[in-house]
Structure formats: structure tokens, C-alpha cells
Design a protein around this ligand. Structure first.
Ligand code: HEM
Ligand code: HEM
Ligand code: HEM
Ligand SMILES: *[C@@H]1O[C@H](CO)[C@@H](O)[C@H](O)[C@H]1NC(C)=O
Length: 417
């Protein structure tokens, strides 16, 4: 009996040395990596020290890891350069989609091996947290096989008061979520695992194998790409194609060219809407002004092609504009303006680069001027032609005379509206 017990004990002991591994690592970008190491003592008692490392390029303004599956309720650690060759790690409480505020109840300490590398390219934070099994917004078992983590980063300059734990930081460019199997992150000693015994080194590298003990939940990169595609499609539709299709009407005077361009734009718009909708579900949700307003505008566009066809049918019959014509023209212009404005809201929501915002505004302005110029040109040309006939009412419809003459009677019959 006694012998059996000791055999079991030594088996357990050798097992426990077997499972003692290296810290686990997860890189959410090539140059943004996080590690976690849990001393066996902490894992077995359910409380105590847990050792983190954040390693990132200094091209980032900040990078952060958080315990939790979303911002709200997460126990977040933000790293940024402190302007003195070292880094600040700021423990913050996630409260939702707003800047997390410093949380002094979380006990952390920066350890050896932290700092900005001598070539200025890399920043590393090795730190220990002594009460991270529980925090204001939640808790986490130190022996969980599915411990929820989030990460995020922002590219850019370090915060101006980087030495302060309450420095104000900008919104991330991207974020990710994953789970660590903490039973594979156990370390034998309750000590900084990221430095070699010879002194402050670069840390123990990439942890135990690729993907071992790490389950990816989401990476912000895929939605970032979706949002970019959505933004590009919607910009092309609202800022280029719809105005282009509209200016072609007075310029070319062919309802087929106009209607054709607008129908292509219309179909693209619905594709852009679908992509925006999918992207919104994993980001802002459906409740943002941009998404609600955008959905309303896209729906308002829904009847515009029908108004166009209705006008065309009306015109063929009466050879002049009717209420339906003015509805198509003015309703069209109004929703086009709303669409361009909503693109601006989208850029704001996405916190887009100034370059993109400037490009968007410039193209929008150019298209506006081109539309007005084409309109003026069309009106002038029509006046000149009207001078030869009887018409005094300057109407855009008359520009279509070339096309209309082919299947309607003589040109002289185009009166006013
Ligand atoms: C100024 C600071 C911050 C602001 C204003 C902010 C704002 C937002 C907003 C608006 C969203 C939803 C849209 C989107 O997905 O992009 C979001 C999502 C997210 N953020 Fe932040 N954030 C900030 C800091 C952080 C930090 C420090 C982390 C650290 C890990 C983080 C992690 C996440 C994650 C994982 C999501 C997706 C899950 C969720 O919706 O909560 N954020 N944030
Ligand atoms: C008039 C219609 C719309 C236009 C012109 C438009 C345009 C844009 C633009 C230009 C951006 C910025 C993209 C970037 O900077 O990469 C954007 C972002 C976005 N749009 Fe739209 N959009 C429209 C409608 C919608 C609709 C109906 C939805 C969803 C139902 C939607 C969802 C989004 C989302 C989720 C973002 C990203 C916001 C973020 O990064 O947090 N958009 N949109
Ligand atoms: C979403 C799609 C559409 C939009 C945004 C749109 C927009 C416009 C706008 C702004 C004008 C006024 C052009 C000007 O200033 O001279 C116009 C005129 C016109 N549209 Fe459309 N349109 C669309 C679809 C169509 C379609 C599918 C047809 C097809 C039959 C059509 C037929 C016409 C015609 C015949 C005119 C000339 C009206 C006149 O000058 O009296 N439109 N459209
Ligand atoms: C950064 O600060 C930590 C903690 O005070 C220290 O151990 C480390 O050596 C510092 N790094 C540099 C590069 O000064």
C-alpha cells in the first residue's frame, strides 16, 4: 500500500516536471507577440504570479493584451514607449468601445529584459501580475485550458506622455481574440522566465511549438480587409459612378448610357452594402450612425432605377417631363449627396488615414464640379439648338433629342417641360 502510494507520488512528480513547459506565445502580427507563463505554484493554488511578455516593433504607438473575450470587462495591459528608452505597461479596465482607463487595483511590476532595443526597433515589456486571477470586470482560472485573451495595436508615434500609466491612446488599427491553454504555459520557477540566467537577454523565444496551446478566435485583419473593400466599392459607387452616370445624361443624351452606368453602380452598391453589413457584425455592430444612415440611403436608392424607367416611359409617351421626371432627377440628386456624406461618416468611423480622407474629398469635389459643368454645357448646347426651333424652356430631357429622334417624331416637337 505504502509502496503503491510512493510510486504514484513519484509518477505524479515526474509528470509534473514533464508538463512544465515554456511560456506560450501568440503573435497577432509578425512583429506583435505576446507570451504568458504560469508558475506551477500559481497554477496549483489558483492564485499568485503570472508572467507576461509583450514584444513589438516600435512602429506601433501601443500594443496591448487583455484577459477577456472582448473589450468590455477585460483586464487590459497596454505597452508604449516611455520616451526614456524603456516602456510603460499600463493596467487598464475595459469598459466597452471606449479608451480603457488605468486600473490601480491590478498589481503589476515591470521586470528585467524590458525596454527599447539599442537599435530603437523593438520594444519589450516583461512583467508580472500578482492578482490577475480576478479583477473588477471578471476572473480567470490560472489553470484554464481555454483562457480568453484579446490583443490590439495602433501604428504610429508613442503617446506624448508615455511615461504615465494614464497616457491617452488612440483607437486600434486592428484587434484579435484567442485562447491560451494555460496548462501548457507552466513554468517551474516563480521567476521572470523571459531572461536567461546570465542576465537580461532577449527572452525565451516563441514558446512551445507552432499553435500548440493557442486557439485563434478572431483576427482583426480579415475584417479590416472587408472594411477596406466596402469602403473602396462604396466610394467608387457614390463618389465616381453615380455622378458620372448623371453627368453623362446631359452630356451624351443617351438614356441607355445613363441607365446602364447607373444600373452597374446600383448593383455594385448592393454588393458594398452586403460587405459593409458583414463587417459591421464583427465591429461596430449595426447601431452606428454610419450603418443606420447607410442602410436608409441604400434602401432609398432602391426605387431610383424604377423612377428612371417610369420617367423614360412617360417621356416616350408625352414627349415632355412630368412629375415622375422631376422626382427621378431631384430625388436622385438628393440621395446621391446623402451617399457622399455617409461615406464621410464611414471614413470617420473607421478612423481612416488622412490620405484616404483627402483623396475622397478631392474626388468628390472634382465629380461635383464635372457634373455642374456637364449640366451647364448641356443647357447651353440645348439653348443654342432651341434657338433654331421654338423651345424656350431649357430642359435636360431635350438633350436626349438625338436618341429620341430615332424613335419619336421630328426634333422640332420637343417643347418645354
Ligand atoms: C482608445 C482606446 C480604444 C478605443 C476608442 C476602442 C474602441 C473600439 C471600438 C469602437 C471597437 C469596435 C469596432 C472595431 O472592431 O474596431 C473596438 C473593438 C475591440 N477592441 Fe477596442 N478600443 C480601444 C482600445 C482597445 C485596447 C487597448 C484593446 C486591448 C486589447 C482593445 C481591444 C478590442 C477588441 C478585442 C475588440 C473587438 C471585441 C469587442 O468588440 O470588444 N481595444 N474597440
Ligand atoms: C451610402 C452608403 C455607404 C457608403 C458611401 C459607405 C462608405 C464607407 C467608407 C468610405 C468607409 C471607410 C472605409 C475605410 O476607411 O477603410 C466605411 C466604413 C464602414 N462602413 Fe460603410 N458605407 C455605406 C453604407 C454602409 C452600410 C449600409 C453599412 C452596414 C450595414 C456600412 C458599414 C460600414 C462599416 C462597419 C465600416 C467600418 C467602420 C469601422 O472601421 O469601425 N456602411 N463605409
Ligand atoms: C440609381 C440609379 C439612378 C440614378 C442615381 C439616377 C440619377 C439621375 C439624375 C441625377 C438625373 C439628372 C441628370 C441631369 O442633371 O441632367 C437623371 C436623369 C435621367 N435618368 Fe436617371 N438615375 C438612375 C437610374 C436611371 C435608369 C435605370 C434610367 C433608365 C431608364 C434612368 C433614366 C434617366 C433619364 C431618361 C434621365 C433624363 C431626365 C431628363 O433630363 O429629363 N435613370 N438620373
Ligand atoms: C526598464 O525598466 C525595468 C524595470 O524597472 C528594468 O528592469 C529594465 O532594466 C529597464 N530597461 C532599460 C533598457 O533600461
Amino acid at each position: 500500500m505504502w509502496k503503491l502510494a510512493t510510486t504514484a507520488l513519484s509518477a505524479a512528480a515526474s509528470f509534473s516536471t514533464l508538463v512544465t513547459a515554456d511560456p506560450l506565445s501568440n503573435c497577432i502580427e509578425n512583429d506583435v507577440c505576446f507570451q504568458v507563463g504560469v508558475p506551477t505554484a500559481s497554477a496549483s493554488s489558483g492564485q499568485g504570479n503570472i508572467y507576461y511578455q509583450m514584444r513589438a516593433s516600435t512602429r506601433y504607438s501601443w500594443v496591448a493584451i487583455g484577459q477577456g473575450d472582448q473589450m468590455a470587462g477585460a483586464n487590459i495591459f497596454v505597452m508604449y514607449a516611455n520616451g526614456r528608452g524603456n516602456v510603460t505597461v499600463s493596467a487598464r479596465a475595459g469598459r466597452g468601445h471606449i479608451m480603457p482607463q488605468a486600473d490601480s487595483s491590478v498589481q503589476i511590476q515591470l521586470l528585467a529584459g524590458s525596454g527599447v532595443s539599442s537599435d530603437g526597433k523593438t520594444m519589450v515589456a516583461n512583467f508580472v501580475c500578482s492578482n490577475c486571477q480576478r479583477w473588477g470586470g471578471g476572473q480567470m482560472s490560472l489553470s484554464s485550458t481555454t483562457a480568453d485573451y484579446i490583443g490590439a495595436y495602433l501604428v504610429g508615434q508613442a503617446p506624448s506622455n508615455g511615461a504615465s500609466t494614464s497616457a491617452s491612446i488612440g483607437q486600434h488599427d486592428s484587434h484579435a481574440a484567442w485562447q491560451f491553454d494555460l496548462t501548457r504555459a507552466t513554468i517551474a520557477n516563480n521567476a521572470n522566465p523571459y531572461v536567461t540566467s546570465s542576465g537580461s537577454g532577449s527572452g525565451s523565444g516563441s514558446g512551445s511549438g507552432s499553435g500548440n496551446g493557442v486557439t485563434q478566435i478572431s483576427s482583426g485583419t480579415s475584417t479590416t480587409r472587408l472594411i477596406m473593400i466596402h469602403g473602396i466599392i462604396m466610394t467608387v459607387v457614390m463618389v465616381v459612378l453615380y455622378p458620372l452616370g448623371s453627368l453623362l445624361m446631359p452630356l451624351v443624351g443617351s438614356w441607355i448610357v445613363h441607365g446602364g452606368v447607373q444600373v452597374v453602380a446600383f448593383l455594385l452598391m448592393w454588393a458594398g452594402f452586403g460587405i459593409g453589413y458583414v463587417a459591421s457584425r464583427s465591429t461596430v455592430g449595426f447601431g452606428a450612425t454610419h450603418t443606420i444612415f447607410g442602410t436608409v440611403i441604400v434602401a432609398l436608392f432602391g426605387i431610383q432605377p424604377f423612377l428612371g424607367f417610369a420617367h423614360h416611359a412617360y417621356y416616350k409617351k408625352h414627349l415632355q417631363r412630368g412629375v415622375i421626371s422631376h422626382a427621378h432627377i431631384w430625388y436622385g440628386r438628393a440621395i446621391m449627396v446623402l451617399g457622399v456624406v455617409n461615406g464621410g461618416l464611414g471614413l470617420q468611423l473607421a478612423g481612416s488615414d488622412d490620405a484616404f480622407v483627402i483623396a475622397y474629398s478631392v474626388v468628390a469635389a472634382v465629380m461635383f464640379v464635372a457634373y455642374v459643368a456637364a449640366k451647364g454645357f448641356g443647357v447651353l448646347r440645348k439653348r443654342r439648338r432651341a434657338g433654331l426651333s421654338s423651345g424656350s424652356g431649357a430642359s435636360g430631357e431635350q438633350i436626349r433629342s438625338k436618341e429620341q429622334t430615332s424613335h419619336v417624331s421630328p426634333a422640332g416637337s420637343y417643347g418645354g417641360r
